[in-house]
Design a protein. Structure first.
Length: 562
């Protein structure tokens, strides 16, 4: 037995984007030891005849900051061929954190990323205060994927400034020096960099803005200079006062600090050309040798509204709130009462809502969400169009759909013209990065951790080469966050692999499960077409089911991972 694992007879798509080729793949001691015709035997052998063998996917935008503390299986990402995740994005997380600030950081995560407070209160053991101590906590738990972590600016700001951070006050010189020291300590301990948020969409459950919203350029520069390594990840509204001005600030920070930048890029429905401007500015920066890369979604970022979810179009109505405590079946029964129906349909849906995105919901962009799921529904399938055909109000159509147990899909970005053209255009830009699936977050109304499978199943059947789509989710994402030991099927690379049946790739409908601490619920979406996912040469999933193996570990930036 010369190898731990040998995969035989597959078509290797090696993560470079080159055409697939027939070869065996061997893994020994956790790393790929041979690619080609392999005469020796393996302790375990897998037949990949008629299948594709590719690297494990690297997802650089997730929010498993809480789940990674209590859970060894980072579903849904690990169900979709992901073998490495980067969390701590968008400036939110749980370290550093003094005991008196725990509730503040939980409330921020609850509001920004829709992870219920009771889940976090029960699931987090708070065996840390500093960021290095948080990494030590993560390191003690084995997992089905590798985990890298960004230092969240929100937590740093609260740690240094206390209530002044929540009041959005400017940082003083002493504040900035303290934040820079924390950033340097974090990166030295293994953080992959710093994340921050500059969007009004990020709010606590009480509606307060994220503490980093108005952080000045000097503060961001102090953080990035203090890091001494790693990257800056940010999300912005790009309207202070316009995309070019904000991007100019990012360029100055990048030049002064030398830190690569990743920023979230979505095609908004209210500013339909801003994303193209930002894409062009990023491409121009790349032409100058600057690394300021956009991370974009491969389909609409859309919310799922239903009685089982955390939000629906009537969540803010007083008469609905009076029955919201009931279990979904009992709530649906109460909503069938004609008097209750009339009251709810007559009330203001917005005034009493705690959902910060409620004003961005439009009946013209709400659609019945079926099985199999359709992420590109035609305009005439909207609730508004259906209501017009039936001579009813859209509210009535939505209400009746919810009462019968249906879900409503409401795209918030990347669907302004009712097509996926914006995502397709970003896919054609090699400087743009596929991401924003938010695995581990928005557990009650978004199910986008399935992005990796969607990319292959949808775009791989619409003119994009499967080899290139694999490259974009393996070597490209790995290199973007500074990982050079994975993302390729080549000798010496980490033994992280997927065995795929391209013809069978697809998504199941999301379903609500109650498996979080404190009985919390979350939307989960499984995939079809994965024959095996392999982590460090160990099979972690067979035909979509976990094997129980947990070879994943914490990654510390700048240190050997294999």
């Amino acid at each position: 037995m010369t190898h731990d694992l040998v995969i035989r007879g597959g078509t290797v798509m090696d993560g470079t984007g080159a055409p697939g080729f027939a070869a065996d793949v061997a893994v020994t001691g956790g790393a790929i030891s041979a690619v080609g015709a392999i005469p020796g035997r393996g302790r375990e052998e897998l037949d990949a005849t008629g299948l594709v063998v590719c690297p494990g996917f690297v997802d650089l935008h997730t929010h498993y900051d809480g789940q990674a503390v209590w859970d060894s299986h980072l579903a849904p990402s690990s169900w979709h061929g992901v073998t490495t995740v980067l969390m701590g994005n968008c400036g939110v997380g749980f370290a550093p954190c003094r005991a008196e600030d725990r509730d503040t950081l939980i409330e921020l995560m609850e509001g920004v990323e829709d992870i219920p407070g009771p889940v976090l209160h029960e699931g987090l053991n708070w065996s840390w205060e500093s960021f290095p101590q948080y990494l030590d906590t993560l390191e003690r738990r084995p997992r089905d994927v590798d985990v890298g972590v960004l230092l969240p600016h929100g937590a740093v700001r609260v740690n240094v400034m206390g209530q002044r951070a929540l009041a959005l006050e400017d940082a003083t010189a002493a504040d900035m020096a303290a934040m820079a020291a924390i950033a340097g300590e974090a990166v030295a301990a293994g953080a992959f960099g710093v994340s921050t948020s500059r969007t009004i969409s990020h709010r606590t459950l009480a509606g307060d803005p994220t503490p980093t919203l108005r952080a000045q350029e000097a503060e961001l520069l102090a953080l990035t200079r203090g890091m001494g390594g790693g990257l800056l990840e940010l999300i912005s509204d790009w309207n202070t006062p316009d995309p070019a001005t904000e991007f100019g600030m990012v360029r100055r920070i990048h030049r002064a600090s030398g830190r690569p930048v990743l920023f979230s890029l979505t095609a908004r429905h209210d500013r339909t050309e801003a994303w193209r401007e930002l894409l062009a500015m990023s491409d121009a920066a790349a032409g100058e040798g600057l690394s300021i890369r956009p991370v974009f979604p491969p389909r609409p970022i859309g919310i799922l509204l239903g009685l089982e979810g955390s939000q629906n179009p009537f969540s803010g109505c007083p008469s609905y709130q009076a029955i919201a405590h009931l279990a979904p079946p009992a709530r649906a029964e109460a909503m069938r009462d004609p008097a209750t129906r009339a009251r709810i349909l007559s009330e203001d849906r917005v005034a009493g809502s705690s959902f910060p995105l409620i004003t961005r919901l439009s009946w013209a962009r709400m659609f019945p969400f079926g099985d199999p799921p359709d992420y590109a529904p035609p305009r005439d399938a909207s609730l508004e169009a259906q209501a017009a055909r039936e001579g009813r109000r859209p509210e009535e159509v939505a209400y009746d759909l919810l009462v019968t147990g249906g879900w409503i899909f409401a795209p918030l970005t990347n669907y302004a013209d009712y097509t996926l053209d914006a995502s397709a255009e970003c896919l054609r830009h090699p400087n743009a990065i596929i991401g924003l699936g938010d695995g581990g977050a928005h557990v009650g109304f978004i199910s986008d951790g399935s992005f990796p499978t969607f990319v292959l199943a949808h775009w791989g059947r619409r003119g994009f080469a499967l080899e290139e789509l694999i490259r974009r989710q393996t070597s490209d994402t790995a290199r973007a966050i500074g990982l050079t030991d994975r993302g390729l099927v080549a000798p010496g690379m980490l033994g992280d692999l997927n065995i795929l049946d391209p013809d069978a790739l697809g998504l199941e409908a999301p379903r609500m499960v109650h498996d979080l601490p404190a009985g919390g619920k979350r939307l989960l979406q499984k995939a079809r077409g994965y024959r095996a996912t392999i982590k460090r040469g160990t099979v972690t999933y067979r035909d979509g089911e976990p094997t129980g193996a947990l070879p994943g570990r914490l990654l510390r930036h700048g240190r050997a991972a294999a």
